[in-house]
Design a protein around this ligand. Structure first.
Ligand code: GLN
Length: 254
């Protein structure tokens, strides 16, 4: 039945606690509505097992809901990921801003390991605290990173909350023509909201810079991992999320 679409809704009662994502034990998370779509509409991209392409947003803390809204606005099916096993149901993941140290605590060792496996094989986009989690090396203070991006990143590099700012940066186009006359076409201005933001201090081998602010790289990609040190979900410009959705669609290694 190539054109049919079957939607099945289920209400699941969660257990008292979830050892890996301790936040899951909170009362307000105990009743969780899960939507299963078995979509066979050829217009909708599907994975090998015939599920529609689904983007997860890590929803342990931080501004995950703004990412959900943005991704849905761009036509994606979104799953808020609160338990490690939900990583098996998604084709790409957004790790939102928040507090990277708190993410590490909420993930616990098992959640961290599961996430580490995930970022090796599936497209993942980290913003701000999410960018910190994806890094190989983290400073100020040193903390564990998932190692998906060969970068060294410094937490709170612009100062405190009060030093948060909205700036204009440059989105670099991927045209690789090499023609110096194309230079003007190859970058366009883009608003960037920095909140207690980190700075990428060192970009290692294999990492591509997709956007800059001043002299700093602020959006980078390596293989399936992509990170922004600011909050693209807080601006109306949708281009950064579009880049990520493209990465998920291509399943690309760059
Ligand atoms: N300062 C936070 C951290 O170090 C990140 C802030 C953010 O995500 N907006 O984890």
């Amino acid at each position: 039945m190539p054109h049919s679409k079957i939607a099945l809704f289920a209400i699941l009662e969660w257990g008292i606690s979830c050892p890996t994502f301790p936040d899951c034990g909170r009362r307000d998370l105990r009743l969780h509505k899960v939507e299963f779509h078995l979509a066979m509409d050829p217009a909708q991209p599907t994975t090998n097992d015939q599920r529609p392409t689904t983007i997860g947003v890590l929803a342990l803390q931080g501004d995950f809901d703004a990412h959900r809204r943005r991704l849905e606005e761009l036509g994606a099916k979104v799953l808020l990921v609160k338990k490690p096993e939900q990583l098996d149901q998604i084709d790409g993941l957004v790790i939102p801003g928040g507090e990277s140290g708190t993410f590490l605590k909420l993930l616990g060792d098992q959640g961290f390991e599961k996430l580490k496996q995930f970022v090796r094989v599936k497209p993942t986009f980290g913003t701000c605290a999410g960018a910190i989690l994806l890094a190989l090396e983290v400073e100020n203070p040193k903390q564990a990173g998932l190692g998906a991006l060969n970068i060294r990143i410094r937490r709170n590099a612009y100062g405190r909350q009060i030093d948060s700012s909205i700036r204009e940066g440059k989105l670099l186009s991927r045209s690789q023509s090499g023609d110096p006359h194309d230079a003007a076409l190859r970058e366009s201005p883009i608003e960037m909201v920095f909140i207690r933001a980190p700075k990428i201090e060192h970009v290692g081998e294999g990492v591509e810079i997709l956007a800059t602010e001043g002299n700093d790289p602020v959006v980078v990609q390596q293989g399936r991992a992509m990170a922004a040190t600011f909050h693209p979900e807080l601006s109306t410009d949708t281009r950064i999320h579009q880049l990520f959705l493209e990465l998920v669609r291509n399943g690309a290694q760059r």
